[in-house]
Design a protein. Structure first.
Length: 381
């Protein structure tokens, strides 16, 4: 994302453009001021990212991309590949947090027939598929300690064995990894190998969140308007001034991915050629917390500490005056909601959810059982 041009439904979209507020979307490509393939934005906060990206691309060094979810790590990785001398080779992407340990090992390194139940034939892994090119390991922090040993060997020796095999496979594959967590902290908690960290962290690139590069929002909005107008047979080429102001004022916890989602929704729901405030979610326009305001006063801008204090105070208020189980009635309820929401954001992959929560999978499974969350399934709607 990183202010980034993306491939939607396997189609490479045209260059992002900046919408003139109250006017038609302009066709001038100020969006590609970065000089990087596929990257939109010229914010000052991104200039160091662009400089390092251009510099490291020509090498074979491992790169570690750091930043919040949705900030654009994958597309910076793609830009590095496109600018490298490996750009005629494959660019293979693997989300390490989306698979269980056993499946991820097979996905990365392949397997031979009979290696495990269901292995009915030999299968090459992603490292082999990326030979002569680049492999992008997203959410590297989600990998198990066992798998990290094999990754370390690949980085050091360019060799590995398929699951269930003794034959050594050699590959020439560049590794770019990404993490949305502080790996130094993961090392302290013994969830990530320090030796692997130093092999990955040859050239670190930290991608700032969207809220720290708000000047890129108009170009991103223009690009996504163009993309989703084309995909949905719409012609949304104007944006209301107030709507643009709301977009620039919002704090964007989901970064560019969240912005992309809201623009797509607005284009689909628009009944004219203009993106207006009423098409944006209430959380962006500031209306979502209006129920807490009284006497037409503006809704309070809650910070996390204030929200926590209010939740506890509300829990105490609704409890019986002689209640002696406040901890379970308040803390357990919050923990249940936290686990449920993290599971949902992780598409109900327990290994990934446990990693995000900072607990082991057995603990998560027990808590899911305690809170009657075992029946949760992905929402296909």
């Amino acid at each position: 994302m990183a202010g980034i041009r993306q491939e939607i439904n396997s189609q490479r979209t045209p260059a992002g453009v900046a919408p003139s507020v109250g006017g038609q979307v302009s066709s001038n490509s100020i969006a590609n001021a970065s000089g990087l393939p596929g990257v939109i934005g010229s914010a000052a906060a991104m200039q160091e990212v662009y400089r390092i990206t251009r510099r490291v691309a020509a090498s074979n060094a491992s790169v570690l991309l750091l930043g919040e979810t949705g900030a654009g790590k994958e597309v910076i990785a793609n830009a590095i590949h496109q600018l490298s001398n490996r750009n005629t080779g494959p660019f293979v992407k693997v989300n390490c947090g989306a698979l269980s340990e056993s499946l991820l090992e097979s996905e990365l390194f392949g397997h031979v027939r009979g290696a495990f139940t269901g292995a009915v034939g030999n299968r090459a892994g992603r490292f082999e598929a990326a030979h002569s090119g680049t492999i992008f390991l997203d959410e590297i922090n989600s990998t198990s300690m066992h798998l990290q040993v094999k990754l370390l060997r690949v980085l050091q020796q360019k060799q590995f064995e398929r699951v269930g095999d003794t034959e050594t496979v050699s590959v020439d594959t560049r590794v770019i990894a990404a993490s949305n967590r502080d790996l130094a902290e993961e090392i302290k908690h013994e969830r990530f190998r320090e030796d692997l960290y130093w092999r990955l962290n040859v050239v670190p690139i930290e991608i700032p969140p969207l809220r720290k590069r708000r000047e890129d929002i108009p170009a991103l909005v223009g690009h996504f308007l163009q993309v989703y107008s084309a995909l949905n047979d719409r012609y949304v080429v104007h944006i209301e001034r107030k709507a643009m102001q709301c977009l620039q004022d919002y704090h964007w916890p989901g970064n560019v991915r969240e912005l992309q989602n809201y623009i797509e929704r607005s284009v689909v729901m628009a009944d004219s050629d203009e993106l207006t405030c009423d098409l944006l979610p209430e959380i962006v326009t500031g209306k979502s917390s209006s129920a807490t305001a009284t006497n037409n006063e503006p809704a309070p801008k809650w910070d996390f500490d204030s929200l926590s204090r209010e939740v506890v105070q509300q829990g105490i208020r609704v409890a019986d005056s002689d209640s002696n189980n406040l901890h379970s009635s308040i803390v357990d309820r919050v923990e249940k909601e936290l686990i449920a929401q993290v599971l949902a954001t992780c598409n109900y992959v327990q290994t990934k959810a446990a990693t995000r929560l900072g607990i082991n999978r057995n603990t998560l499974h027990k808590k899911m059982k305690d809170y009657n969350l075992e029946g949760l399934e992905p929402n296909d709607g």
